[in-house]
Ligand binder design. Structure first.
Ligand SMILES: C[S@@+](CC[C@H](N)C(=O)[O-])C[C@H]1O[C@@H](n2cnc3c(N)ncnc32)[C@H](O)[C@@H]1O
Length: 135
């Protein structure tokens, strides 16, 4: 399973579809989360157009919808989201507790990849170091 937090227009799904062969993609459940309705709308269109052949691919409205109990391997992606102004301390705490729950629920590995922009403004905000520490 791949849980893409701050998925935007499903760019991680596009990258996966380019990087992995069809047989690997068939084993992936792709879950995208983005709080902004317009991004979700756009991302749903991208997923439809992409037709990547994932086992499943959908946008979720809340991170509480995830259930990891039947998952044997999980990758969280945070692609250019953690530095966003709209990301609050509550978001960081929610992501940290979500990953913690995943570690308990998933049978196998829980992995995480995040890419972000670290500049003076994001350094002042302090959420990135906190996220890094909690994850
Ligand atoms: C720069 S875009 C990155 C989109 C995509 N992940 C990518 O790499 O192309 C940042 C995304 O973060 C989303 N975002 C903003 N605040 C968020 C939050 N609190 N939780 C999750 N996503 C958020 C925005 O709606 C936007 O789609």
């Amino acid at each position: 399973m791949v849980v893409d937090i701050g998925a935007g227009a499903a760019t991680v799904a596009v990258a996966l579809s380019e990087a992995l062969g069809r047989s690997k993609r068939k084993r992936i459940d792709y879950l995208a989360f983005d709080p902004h309705p317009m991004m979700r709308k756009l991302g749903k269109r991208v997923l439809k157009h992409l037709d990547a052949g994932f086992r499943s691919a959908k946008y979720i409205q809340s991170l509480d919808e995830d259930d990891f109990t039947d998952t044997d391997r999980l990758l969280f992606t945070f692609s250019y989201v953690a530095h966003q102004d709209a990301v609050t301390q509550d978001d960081i705490d929610e992501w940290a507790s979500l990953t913690k729950r995943a570690v308990y629920e998933v049978d196998g590995d829980v992995e995480l990849i995040y890419t972000t922009i670290y500049n003076a403004a994001s350094a002042r905000k302090g959420t990135l170091p906190d996220l890094r520490r909690k994850l």
